[in-house]
Design a protein around this ligand. Structure first.
Ligand SMILES: [Zn+2]
Length: 138
């Protein structure tokens, strides 16, 4: 399959079975465009760079990362985009688990308890997103 067709299929699935996350992403994208953030393209996904030092978040066919994030972060967030077209309407559950875990980890790190934490990718949905990102967005 050529890459244009893959991207078209990705958007078709993102706007149907994966519409919940993509709709949230579209609203976020609109707000970011209004506030003068520049949309960029990463392998067909639309993304924005906002703020500093907070990582990234996937919203279906869209994602947001902080400024200066390495390629691996973009691959990881795009990997969640592929999870979204597989898990569809169930993806918000992963989104909530992932965000809750992220902020819990930040709290631990800020309270000097970072050494108690397992690696970021130890959660199955995070390791899976990283693997998908590396494989399909190299
Ligand atoms: Zn993640």
């Amino acid at each position: 399959m050529n890459s244009k067709l893959k991207i078209a299929l990705f958007w078709l699935l993102s706007c149907t079975w994966g519409i919940i996350m993509t709709l949230i992403g579209a609203i976020a994208a609109l707000a970011l465009i209004i506030t003068k953030h520049k949309p960029k393209i990463f392998h067909g996904l639309v993304y924005f760079e906002v703020g500093y030092n907070w990582g990234g978040v996937n919203l279906g066919a869209f994602f947001i990362v902080s400024n200066g994030q390495p390629l691996q972060t973009k691959q990881h967030e795009a990997g969640h985009g592929l999870q979204n077209i597989m898990l569809g309407i169930f993806m918000p559950i992963i989104g909530i688990m992932s965000a809750t875990r992220y902020w819990y980890r930040e709290w631990k790190i800020n309270h000097g308890k970072g050494s108690e934490l397992r690696p970021y990718d130890a959660a199955w949905y995070e390791g899976w997103a990283t693997k998908l990102g590396k494989k399909y967005f190299a």
